[in-house]
Design a protein around this ligand. Structure first.
Ligand code: HCA
Ligand code: CU
Length: 397
């Protein structure tokens, strides 16, 4: 299957600002924007300049940076809002209006005809400016498909660059998302953006399904931060896309992904989640003996992504009760100690026995290898200091 290209709209500076722990200062926003730009996301979405006086200033400051990423702002479908957005110098406006019965009844109270009328007024006005315009139906997955298609057809005919499908409460399954995006794909000529929340743990899978069905733009945030438990994390999305079609991630600076996650994690005072596909501390850590043996022989056996692609190294843990003799032998080799299989087995047996009381750190494992497997002095000298050359064996702690 040939996949179409797929742009990232990173919304750390909009959806991410809605995260419970996020409150970025103007300088922090600029730091994040620069880091996203250096990584190479195609678009950066920022909070509406109408949200607060500082939000306007922040938006202007980011549009003035001259980044390669295009700067979008997210606004309500109101003339006042879009005029303020234009004054902030954005490259595009992401309009949103709710179409589900929940939002129509409990939020803005508009009929679908009124939604189309509001969209028509604002989009027609924006057509005279050289900016991108997107119109998204908030809570798409709980809107009637007929209503959605009416709205999307109308805004497509008005000439928007993209329509947005928003799974606002993470209601959709991958199959449902695929079906809806495919329906919309058949009805509009413009691009399709997908924005998926993670309330039920499907955000990345749903983004992938949306892309397979023809979505051209995927919304992410760094670490997935956003309302409640957020949306598709940028690094997880890139990992998923890379595994499916590496060509489509070639233009991103993959080795800076960890630093990007680390930056935002530090700013919000949280750790990078251990579940992070690439950026977690344990994403490339192998432990059980059966795994480590195969990984040492051929890393792909237990790795769908290669750590080197992201500037990382794999770790092989040896100081625990699940250890294996192959891993011990490899660690010995890294230390310049040649272990015969029976020697490695003996050390592994010993480690298993003592680590039943708790794991050993790398230093303890190394000491065990060096004391249990004495080497001729000349041999040891030759390897003195070389342990750092082998970078795939690291400590437990
Ligand atoms: C919001 C809701 C939103 C919008 C997404 C979009 C959502 O916070 O305004 O504009 O496509 O999840 O529906 O983030
Ligand atoms: Cu959202």
């Amino acid at each position: 299957m040939r996949y179409p290209t797929c742009a990232i709209i990173d919304s750390t500076l909009r959806e991410g600002e809605q995260f419970a722990r996020a409150s970025f200062s103007p300088n922090q926003k600029i730091q994040i924007a620069r880091a996203l730009d250096a990584f190479g996301v195609e678009y950066i979405e920022v909070t509406s300049p109408c949200a607060s006086p500082q939000s306007f200033e922040d938006c202007r400051a980011i549009t003035s940076l001259g980044l390669r990423s295009k700067i979008l702002t997210h606004t309500r479908c109101h003339m006042d809002d879009v005029q303020r957005a234009l004054a902030a110098g954005v490259d595009g406006i992401n309009l949103v209006l709710g179409t589900s019965s929940f939002l129509r009844e409990y939020s803005h109270g508009k009929t679908i005809d009124a939604v189309i009328a509001a969209a028509t007024e604002v989009i027609t006005f924006l057509q005279q400016f050289p900016i991108e315009v997107r119109f998204s139906c908030e809570d798409s997955m709980r809107s009637s498909v007929d209503d959605l298609l009416r709205v999307y057809r109308a805004v497509d005919a008005l000439g928007v660059d993209r329509v947005g499908i928003a799974d606002t409460v993470g209601a959709g399954t991958p199959r449902q998302i695929y079906d809806l995006v495919a329906r919309v794909r058949a009805e509009v000529r413009c691009g399709i953006e997908f924005h998926g929340h993670n309330d039920t743990g499907c955000a990345v899978a749903n983004a992938h399904a949306a892309w397979e069905a023809g979505a051209t733009h995927i919304d992410t945030t760094v670490l997935g931060i956003g309302e409640r438990n957020g949306i598709a994390p940028l690094s997880d999305w890139v990992a998923r896309l890379h595994a499916t079609s590496p060509r489509l991630t070639e233009h991103y600076h993959l080795p800076s992904m960890v630093a990007l996650d680390r930056l935002v994690a530090d700013l919000i005072g949280l750790e990078i989640p251990f579940t992070g596909c690439v950026t977690s501390f344990c994403a490339f850590t192998h432990k059980a003996g059966i795994h480590t043996k195969a990984v040492i022989n051929h890393p792909q056996t237990y790795e769908i992504l290669a750590p080197e692609t992201f500037g990382l190294t794999r770790q092989i843990l040896t100081g625990h009760r699940l250890t294996g003799w192959n891993a011990v032998a490899a660690r010995g080799e890294a230390l310049g100690v040649v272990l015969r299989p029976e020697q490695a087995r003996e050390v592994a047996r010993f480690i298993k026995a003592i680590s039943d009381r708790g794991p050993l750190n790398q230093e303890q494992v190394d000491q065990l290898i060096l004391t249990m497997v004495p080497q001729p002095a000349a041999h040891q000298d030759a390897f003195e200091g070389r342990e750092n050359e082998v970078n795939y064996v690291h400590s437990v702690s």
